[in-house]
Design a protein around this ligand. Structure first.
Ligand code: CA
Length: 226
């Protein structure tokens, strides 16, 4: 029976998580409204997975994650971040610092359940140290790598790829991509987005098809094709 510890201060979000887990039998859920005594709660409850809100009143969920990852007796427990809509950058940072996945509020019950299942299937957390294979987006150095080799993306190309990579398998709206990656003073142009996508595909080489065009929406990074 998978045991899930939910750290969430917001009652309606907590109910949404409960609803998700009730769709399938056998989950044991415990909720902490605040991450106080987090480590001792983890040691008592021994969860297989932690669902952690980033925006906890008076706390920063990322601090809680850091605490978990620094403690050798609990640091391999997978963590899914729950984030508010405005926190795209936070999410990406969350993945970089060792969250296994994140889900944006409001989320569908099925979506969260699918993410939880996927993370549980993957098993215990393994630190994502510059891997020698596949795509690696390093948010600190702002460089992306394929099989350990830099893709040499230009700054806006990097921003676009990093946004797509922080939403694996999700189609991102083209206007969202333009807005999030345009310098303030410039006029956002859909055409320049297309040009950047073309360049990213060129740099991805054989894996270019993983950057999919989703008609009438925008673009998606298909991790299964990477
Ligand atoms: Ca919250």
């Amino acid at each position: 029976m998978p045991r899930v510890l939910l750290v969430e201060d917001d009652d309606s979000a907590a109910r949404a998580v409960e609803k998700s887990l009730r769709m399938e039998e056998g989950f044991v859920l415990k909720r902490l409204p605040r991450p106080e005594r987090l480590i001792s709660n983890l040691l008592d409850f021994k969860p297989d997975l932690i669902v952690l809100d980033i925006g906890l009143s008076g706390f920063d969920g990322r601090e809680a994650l850091r605490e978990i990852r620094q403690n050798p007796s609990v640091n391999d427990i997978p963590v899914i971040f729950l984030t508010g809509l405005s926190g795209e950058k936070d999410k990406a940072l969350g993945l970089n610092m060792g969250a296994d996945d994140y889900v944006t509020k409001p989320f569908g019950a099925l979506e969260l359940l699918a993410r939880i299942r996927a993370v549980l299937r993957r098993g215990r957390f393994r630190a994502p140290k510059t891997p020698k294979s596949g795509l690696f987006v390093d948010l600190e150095s702002r460089e992306a790598f394929w099989d350990g080799k830099p893709l040499n993306l230009r700054p806006r190309e990097f921003e676009i790829l990093a946004l797509l990579a922080s939403s694996p398998g999700k189609a991102l709206d083209r206007f969202f991509l333009i807005e999030r990656t345009s310098p303030y003073e410039s006029t956002a142009s859909p055409r320049s987005l297309d040009a950047h996508i073309k360049n990213i595909r060129k740099k991805l080489g054989k894996k270019a098809s993983a950057l999919e065009t989703i008609p009438k929406v925008g673009y998606r990074l298909n991790f299964d094709a990477l």
